[in-house]
Design a protein around this ligand. Structure first.
Ligand code: BYC
Length: 478
């Protein structure tokens, strides 16, 4: 493997694709299907070119180049992080053994499933965001949207490479299916719930890139630990690109909050609806929605799937090598959130219960994620505080609006109070965006496609991209 990508090839790669003609041919025959998918399901706004980052190298210094690119000609490629020849399995029953360069027969089905689920999310997000270009608040934001989109496309390539290279005919069939399932489709929806939701406006986009892309960060972090070395190295490189997606979400919400604070101060009112900014209670409702659907992406609080993945060495923990235990967890336990029912009164309450650490691994990962999400809320609240505003944003309770896991069967408030079904129906508009809220947010979504200009509902960014100023010509529209 070389660290620099070979761009003379039809498919840029650093995996010596030319040495395996069969694989190269198979991927080259998938390529037009991918491009067809991009043209029909990808960004709808016509552009001439976009100032994009393209991965060129996986080495430590300088891994990407920037330049104006016509999007359909973007060089989607296959990049794996450098191989560590001495790498050993870090956890589970194979701990200490050399990592695997091929898929062990006994773990084939599980590995394929994990790769397909991961692969399915990438094109799904592009589909969800396809119409946002038409309402971008600035050329800077438009460029960031497209950067996220092309990189999610590349992440699809990353998973398709693994399917083609290591899973034979079944892998090739799964790669086709990744282009056939579509976000929100009634007949063949995307696999995970959050990826069938709409991203109809830019507040949703920033919340999605903050909360849902962050699930991606944590899931990729656990797959990076995998004993299946090609998966590990693929995820390691994807995480590099993912950092920009996090930045788009974090600073996007920053800028919305910032602008709301400015308008609240200028007009000396909490009620900024009608004044062109997004009211804090609406921001809170969007946050509640995106956070709760993203919590679902971690699976159930307890899961035998995840216990098996860990024991087999397929999927580790977040920062596995920093954990101070035996990395096998066969005799450890963990407290997980649970719903219990009073045998006498039938009353339900939220509590905790002790389970084997292995079956509680989804909870372990979700906790790492929640702690990270608190960081965003803290910084948004700092903006409120510095702006002299007394309201604060917060993460809703873990049981709020859940469709997967222990709390799927109950309705709880953002404070964790369990509600009778009728009351939830009546009150959910206090906590989740209503049609009125969504219509208001959408009414603000008018395109600002002029260089150096920005929509009134969001503050400009502090920094441009790659050292360029905010008023740079990031996108040339068609
Ligand atoms: N929706 O045993 P359980 C990203 C199913 S995001 C629908 O608790 P497990 C990105 C589950 O499949 C990261 N179904 O689940 C972000 C199982 O079905 P079966 C994506 C769900 O396996 C933004 C059953 O319920 N990567 O990269 O422990 C933009 C019982 O569940 C859901 C991954 O997720 C759901 N939310 O954990 C672009 C990594 N949750 O077996 C990209 C790979 C669960 O009974 N996936 N189910 O038929 C995994 O690690 C695991 O499969 C999951 C689920 C964490 C998803």
């Amino acid at each position: 493997m070389s660290t620099t990508a070979d761009y003379s090839e039809k498919i840029p790669n650093n995996v010596n694709l030319h040495e395996d003609r069969r694989l190269q041919r198979a991927l080259e025959s998938w390529q037009p299907n991918f491009l067809h998918w991009w043209q029909t399901m990808g960004p709808t706004l016509p552009t001439q070119d976009v100032y994009l980052r393209t991965a060129i190298n996986v080495g430590r210094d300088g891994w990407a180049q920037f330049g104006h690119v016509a999007m359909p000609e973007y060089r989607w490629g296959i990049f794996l992080a450098e191989r560590d020849p001495g790498r050993k399995v870090g956890f589970g029953e194979h701990r200490g053994e050399p990592v695997w360069g091929k898929v062990p027969g006994e773990y084939r089905a599980e590995l394929q499933r994990l790769i397909v689920i991961q692969g399915d999310t990438e094109p799904a997000s592009v589909e969800q965001q396809r119409n946002l270009g038409a309402t971008a608040p600035s050329l800077y934001d438009l460029r960031n949207l497209f950067q996220v989109n092309v990189e999610e496309g590349r992440h699809l390539w990353a998973m398709v490479y693994l399917l083609h290279a290591y899973f034979g005919r079944e892998g090739r069939e799964e790669a086709e299916e990744l282009l056939h399932r579509n976000s929100g489709s009634l007949d063949s929806p995307r696999i995970l719930g959050a990826f069938n939701e709409e991203t109809p406006d830019w507040l949703s986009f920033y919340m999605f890139t903050y909360f849902t892309d962050r699930d991606g960060k944590y899931q990729l972090g656990t797959l990076k630990e995998s004993a299946f070395d090609p998966l590990s190295r693929t995820c390691e490189f994807m995480l590099k690109e993912e950092a920009h997606h996090m930045m788009v979400g974090t600073t996007g919400v920053d800028r919305v909050v910032q602008r709301t604070v400015e308008v609240m101060r200028e007009r000396d009112t909490d009620d900024v609806a009608g004044l062109g900014a997004i009211p804090l209670p609406v921001i809170q409702k969007y946050l509640n929605f995106h956070y709760s659907v993203s919590l679902d992406l971690f699976g159930g609080e307890t899961s035998t799937n995840v216990a098996n993945y860990y024991t087999a060495g397929l999927k580790g923990r977040w920062l596995e090598d920093r954990r101070k235990d035996d990395h096998k967890l066969t005799s450890d336990s963990i407290m997980v959130d649970t719903l219990s029912e009073d045998a006498r009164t039938g009353e339900q309450s939220i509590g905790q219960t002790e389970v084997s650490a292995l079956v509680g691994l989804n909870t372990d990962l979700r906790r790492e994620y929640i702690a990270d999400c608190q960081g965003g809320v803290k910084r948004w609240n700092r903006i409120l505080e510095e702006g002299g505003v007394r309201q604060r944003l917060k993460l809703p309770h873990i049981a709020f609006n859940r469709k997967v896991g222990a709390f799927a069967g109950v309705e709880a408030t953002p404070d964790g109070e369990i509600l009778p079904a009728g009351e939830w129906q009546r009150r959910q508009g206090e906590w989740l965006p209503t049609d009125v809220d969504k219509t208001y947010v959408r009414s603000l979504m008018r395109p600002v496609h002029e260089r150096g200009k920005i929509a009134a509902w969001i503050a400009p960014p502090r920094n441009g991209i790659n050292g360029q100023p905010f008023d740079y010509d990031y996108v040339h529209l068609a």
